[in-house]
Structures are given as C-alpha cells and as structure tokens.
Design a binder for this molecule. Structure first.
Ligand code: P6P
Length: 346
C-alpha cells in the first residue's frame, strides 16, 4: 500500500489526459478529436514502454533478418513499436493516414463508414533501436498534420506538407524513466510515466531550452567528410578559451531522441550533416527533423539544414533525409555562420 504522503504527491501531478482536456479548450480545432488522437498516441507509447522494459527477458532483442526501407537492419523492437502505433491509431479512428519509418509506403486508414479521421501521423516508431541491446535510451518521434480541407482521400500528397503546417509533434524517450514531450504550438510540456498507476504525469511544464549550452552531439568519426565550415566550427568549439566556456564537451549517444532531450533541457546542439555515406544527411525530414524542429522552436531553440529553416523545407518524399543542426538558438546560428564562411577560428 502506498504511504499517504506518496499518494498525495502523485495526486498533486496533472495527468496527460487532464492536461490535454485543459488545452483542448484553447485549440482552434477543439472538437475533442485531436485530444483523442493524442490519447491514442500515449496508449501506444505505454505499450511500447511495456515491451521495452521486458526486452531483455522475452528475447525481443535482436534483428528480424529484414532490411527496412531505409536499407537498415530492422530490429525486432522496431516492428513491435510500429505495430503498436498502427493498431492504436487504427482503433482510435481519428487518423486517416500513417507514414512510418518501418513501412515503405504511407498507410491509409480506412476504418469503414465511421472513420472520420482527419489527422495524418508520421512517425519513427523506435529511433536508435540498435542501442536497445546495450541498454542505451531510445525513442519514438511523431508528427501530426491535418488532412487538407480540399482533400477527401488521404494520399501521400496529403502527408507531404512542410513542417510549418504541423499541428502537433512530440517524442517519447524510453530511458531511466519514460518521458513524453509534445507541443501543439503553445509551448512544450513533458510528462513522465508513473508505471505504478499507468499515467503520464506533468513533470516538465513549459520547457524552454537555453540559448547556449556546453555540449554538442555529432559523430566525429565522419569528420573527414564534413564540409570546411563545419570542421572550423568544431575546431572553434574545441579551442581552450575558458573565458567563453570553451572547449565544449561532446555527448553522442547514437540515439537522436536521447541526445535531443538532453540538449533541450540542458542546452546543446545536435548535428547530423551531409557525409560521404549520407549525402543528404541521415535523419529523415518528415518524422525526425520536422517534429523535433517544432519542439525546438517552441522551446526557444532552432532547427536548420545549415542554410535554412528545417520547417520550411518543401518535402518531396516520405523518407527523404536532410542535414540537421538542432538545439540551442545561438549554437544553431553559430553553425550557420561558420557554414556560410562568415566566421573562422579565432
Ligand atoms: P551514426 C539512429 O539510427 C539515428 O537515426 C539517430 O538516432 C542517431 O543519432 C544516428 O542515427 C546515429 O547515426 O551514423 O552516427 O551511427
């Protein structure tokens, strides 16, 4: 039995459901459908969390033996997460189209005559999943668009909207605790799953990200293939200038959501540029860069291709990749100025 004090503590926290209902009144499309869609996403996140916490026990480690559309080895958990989100969104009835990293084509949700779904959900069901076997945090990323009014049928074209058209976006980081962070364009809020009551509790209200941070995240193994401006920026961050907080530290989990979440809370910059191997960068525009760009901007940060705003990129393909500089505002702007040749190593 929980102690009286502990129950009081938990009761003091607003649940995700209570928060969504509160926010519903302020949304311009507050028919309740969007609130139900967010609830469906949170149900899937709880189920993925359930699988994750048993991964080592029920042998859901390892690979399916398949290669996904990205040409990457598909992990068992990738597929499990994909299935949980598709099932929850189909059952919820608010979604008319799903785009998933784990599926080459967009998935229309035709739930028959009563499917009034007007929302499109693009997602990376489990980002960084190759880290599961070594117990490094991984995450889900989701992006939500409205089916354009002039479209009856939800086709891929309906999904290929620039990031500025997103009406919601968020991520779940499955780490030392499971935290869901999302925005609907009115700030950023974070919720921690309390498994003892099965509720996401509002633990990080109104998240704002520092304009500058002491860390940057990049795979320096690719250094030789970085463009000159980026090489200069990295050398600048590594210079011994204690008077202005240099050198910075590097933190790179190999798990975008984990790196992004830390940088969001502490200040920092995540970089995945074009490399010889990934000529357009590695991160996917529609379900990785755009949703976390929405979060970053809403928290006072920024997200850039290196030469322009991520959320203004006009998409061409569901799985297209994009170079990405995302996190603290001043650090993104520094990157852009080095890349433009406006700055050198002092
Ligand atoms: P590399 C995971 O596959 C991912 O998409 C991101 O989560 C992560 O930051 C990046 O790729 C790691 O890629 O090439 O550095 O191993």
């Amino acid at each position: 039995m929980q102690s009286e004090h502990k129950l009081e503590e938990i009761g003091a926290f607003k649940t995700l459901e209570q928060f969504i209902i509160e926010q519903q009144g302020t949304l311009d499309h507050s028919t309740g459908a969007f609130s139900r869609l967010l609830r469906d996403i949170s149900v899937a996140a709880k189920l993925v969390n359930w699988h994750m916490r048993r991964a080592g026990i029920v042998d859901v480690f390892g690979k399916t033996g398949e290669i996904n559309v990205q040409g990457e080895v598909q992990q068992v958990m990738d597929l499990l997460a994909h299935k949980e989100f598709v099932r929850a969104l189909k059952r919820g009835g608010e979604c008319c189209l799903i785009g998933s990293e784990e599926h080459s084509e967009a998935i229309p949700i035709r739930a028959g005559k009563d499917n009034k779904g007007k929302y499109i959900v693009l997602l990376d069901p489990l980002d960084g999943s190759s880290n599961i076997e070594v117990n490094v945090s991984v995450g889900t990323i989701f992006s939500i668009y409205h089916l354009p009014d002039h479209m009856e049928e939800a086709t891929l074209d309906a999904a290929l909207q620039p990031g500025v058209e997103q009406i919601g976006a968020g991520y779940v980081v499955y780490g030392s605790s499971t935290v869901l962070v999302y925005t609907t364009g009115q700030g950023v809020n974070g919720f921690t799953l309390d498994p003892s009551i099965g509720e996401f509790l509002l633990t990080h209200p109104d998240i704002t990200t520092p304009r500058y941070g002491g860390m940057y995240s990049v795979n320096e193994g690719n250094y030789q293939s970085f463009e000159l401006g980026l090489k200069k920026y990295i050398k600048w961050m590594q210079q011994e200038r204690p008077e202005d907080g240099r050198p910075l530290s590097t933190r790179y989990f190999g798990s975008f959501v984990a790196d992004f979440h830390r940088n969001l809370l502490m200040g920092g910059l995540y970089i995945y540029p074009a490399t010889h191997k990934n000529k357009s960068g590695k991160l996917r525009l529609m379900y990785e860069a755009n949703p976390l760009a929405f979060i970053a901007e809403q928290a006072g940060g920024a997200a850039s291709t290196g030469t322009g705003r991520i959320m203004e990129v006009i998409p061409e393909k569901l799985h297209q990749r994009i170079p990405l500089y995302i996190g603290s505002l001043d650090m993104v702007r520094n990157a852009e100025s080095f890349l433009a040749g406006e700055r050198g190593i002092d």
